[in-house]
Ligand binder design. Structure first.
Ligand code: HEC
Ligand SMILES: [Cu+2]
Length: 309
């Protein structure tokens, strides 16, 4: 079971980011160092057991206890503490080429990129440019969550009423998994996201696209259903009158790989089930189920949502 954690995209032992690498290095040093000290202590115990019993001089014995039992542990533990604090200072330092605000909600992630042209809101997916340090400003809406992309670095608590910071500098392209690492209630285990590392040019193009309002025709029959069912009370689609702040921003829903905070593929079938059997798809969430939506009406709504790219 332990070895099962060693593969895949949540693996912090195959660090894909600078901050994860710093933690990984410290881990190996602690592991090997602890092994050496353990072997020494066991070796001494075996020696003491086997050696011929004879009286020791008190001064020598006391010196041994002082160096081995007091000075060595203080040096080792103190050194590791200072090293750990230096890493912590670096990964929380308030600088970065890119600032991303992430708000932990039950049970999804509100994501806001701060750009020179203004904030760009999205949800449940974080894209990052390769090799650039991104600073995350983390908050929580309701309870304590924890923001963690194991392969890139972290983790950091998200605390209501307070802002914490965490930097990530990706060093490898890929789709790395992120998750909430602090138990926060019913759907905690279903509170995930994708952290996608892209070439800087592709990232810039993606961000420019996310900044656009949705291309929705005012007489789109799918949008009419969206409005009639009251979805806009909770969800925003920028460029329309739907401005609800309760749930994830849907302006570019279909540009995301995953549905429901990293748990389902973004397919028409899954969106249809998400709307009609919400509770079966993700229990406890703040979105009501719409079992009455069926047939052509449901299809029209789903194709409208899939057109939000
Ligand atoms: C009372 C508020 C509320 C209403 C009304 C509501 N939703 Fe939601 N919706 C939410 C919340 C909260 C979530 C996030 C749940 C989660 O993932 O934990 C969500 C998630 C979603 C998602 C997934 C978003 C993503 O990023 O994966 C879709 C799609 C969606 N809603 C569509 C709809 C549609 C269509 C309607 C109307 C038929 C609707 N919602 C009505 C609150 C609401
Ligand atoms: Cu959480």
């Amino acid at each position: 079971m332990v070895l099962a954690g060693c593969g895949g995209r949540h693996n912090w032992l195959a660090a894909a980011g600078e901050e994860a690498r710093a933690v990984e290095t410290l881990f190996w040093i602690v592991l090997v160092g602890a092994g050496v000290i353990w072997a020494l202590v066991v070796g001494l115990a075996v020696y003491a057991h086997r050696a011929e019993a004879k009286p020791h001089r008190e001064r020598e014995a006391r010196r041994f206890i002082l160096w081995g039992g007091v000075a060595l542990p203080v040096l080792v533990v103190g050194g590791l503490l200072i090293w750990g604090l230096l890493i912590l200072r670096d990964i929380t330092a308030d600088d970065g080429a890119l600032t991303v605000r992430v708000d932990g909600e039950r049970w999804w992630w509100r994501v806001i990129y701060d750009t020179p042209e203004g904030p760009v809101t999205t949800a449940n997916e974080i894209r990052l440019p390769l090799g650039e340090r991104a600073l995350f400003r983390l908050t929580a809406d309701d309870v304590i969550h924890s923001f963690w992309v194991p392969a890139l670095g972290g983790k950091m608590d998200m605390i209501p009423g307070r802002e914490t910071t965490l930097a990530l500098t990706p060093r490898r392209l890929g789709n790395w998994g992120g998750l909430c690492a602090e138990f926060c209630g019913g759907a905690h285990a279903l509170m995930r996201f994708d952290a996608i590392v892209m070439e800087p040019d592709d990232f810039a193009a993606w961000l420019a696209q996310e900044a656009q309002p949705a291309r929705v025709a005012m007489d789109d029959p799918g949008f009419a259903i969206f409005a009639e069912e009251g979805c806009g009370a909770c969800h925003a689609i920028r460029g329309t009158e739907a401005q609800g702040p309760v749930g994830p921003d849907l302006t570019h829903l279909a540009s995301r790989d995953k549905l429901g905070a990293g748990i389902y593929d973004m397919t028409p079938e899954n969106i249809a089930r998400w709307i009609t059997e919400t509770d079966a798809m993700k229990p406890d969430i703040d979105m009501p189920s719409y079992p009455g939506l069926r047939g052509a009406r449901l299809d029209t709504l789903v194709s409208f949502l899939m057109s939000l790219e």
